[in-house]
Write a protein that binds this ligand. Structure first.
Ligand code: ADP
Ligand code: MG
Length: 302
């Protein structure tokens, strides 16, 4: 009985020992886990440090880029001013007033009447007229022959639109007897556009190109000078055409000549501007009928 009792006690101790063993295994595992967690923590700390380093490097880079951007902007403005200066100096060198001549082709009715061309062009500046064995030669800043295209005539004018955008006063005017080709050159037929529609497009091309730097506002007026009277061609109805208040020509402080009291139209596109010109041209027809005016005494100003 004593032996059985001792065996039982021994078994109990064994069980207890097993329990302790299990506990020790558990503790060992926990200790192991703790080490892993600490290693992970160390790793994370290292990563954090690396990220912080990267962040401060990026901040430095950003501030460098900001400085660079400032410098580029300053340089850009300087270059922009130089470009403006040189562009307009070149235009000035060509002369503040430039006179071009354009000779139109002989018309079919002129040919029918037995007329022949007498003009020859030895270079792009010279026009010679030969009649009855006498030759007279004239020099211009440019002499356009009958084969010159509308595009060629526009080529130099185009640069003047840039000058206008740069703040210079620009005026283009056509002079010549009736039938010599003023309207053809200034307006042109739809299939061979003249200066005006091309200039309208150029004005808005430049305004689109420079829209991030400049604010553009295009205002347009159009009148007819007939003898001593100025007639507003953008009035809202034909009735106002002949009764419009007297328009006065004024020069502002910048030397820009303006017609005071003329109806002005704000134009937001080349199409807007062309539409205003079309409506003014229609009124011009009406006005010339109402006044019974001769076209040789009538001058269009826009
Ligand atoms: P103006 O306005 O000076 O009175 P126009 O422009 O009406 O003269 O021209 C007279 C005629 O000659 C028109 O029929 C026009 O189409 C024609 N014409 C003028 N210039 C040219 C040219 N460069 N090429 C072809 N035809 C032209
Ligand atoms: Mg005409």
């Amino acid at each position: 009985a004593e032996i059985t009792k001792m065996k039982k006690q021994l078994e109990d101790k064994d069980k207890e020992l097993n329990l302790v063993k299990v506990e020790v295994t558990g503790l060992r595992k926990a200790a192991n886990d703790n080490t892993t967690a600490q290693a992970k923590l160390k790793d994370l700390a290292k990563q954090k440090e690396a990220l912080e380093k990267e962040k401060s490097m990026m901040a430095l880079e950003l501030s460098n880029l900001k400085d660079e951007n400032k410098r580029l902007r300053r340089d850009y403005l300087k270059e922009q001013n130089l470009r403006r200066k040189y562009h307009n100096e070149v235009e000035d060198l060509k002369g503040a007033i430039r006179v071009f001549s354009r000779c139109r082709p002989i018309s079919s009715s002129e040919t029918e009447r037995g007329n022949v061309g007498v003009a020859t062009f030895s270079d792009e500046f010279t026009i010679s007229l030969t009649q009855d064995d006498t030759k007279k030669t004239y020099e211009f800043d440019k002499a356009f022959s009958p084969t010159a295209t509308q595009e060629e005539v526009f080529a130099d004018t185009k640069r003047l639109v840039q000058s206008a955008v740069d703040g210079y006063n620009v005026c283009i005017f056509a002079y010549g007897q009736t039938g010599s080709g003023k309207t053809y050159t200034m307006m042109g037929p739809p299939d061979s556009m003249g200066l005006t529609p091309r200039v309208c497009k150029e004005v808005f091309r430049l305004s689109r190109r420079d829209k991030s730097k400049l604010k553009f506002k295009v205002k347009f007026y159009m009148c007819e000078l007939y003898k001593n009277d100025l007639i507003d061609l953008l009035v809202s109805s034909d009735d106002d055409l002949m009764n419009s208040d007297k328009l006065v020509i004024k020069k502002d402080t910048r030397g820009v000549v303006r017609v005071e009291g003329a109806s002005e139209r704000l134009c937001n596109s080349a199409d807007d501007l062309m539409a205003a010109i079309e409506s003014g041209s229609t009124r011009r027809q009406t006005a010339s009928t109402l006044m019974n005016s001769e076209s040789s005494r009538s001058h269009l100003v826009m």
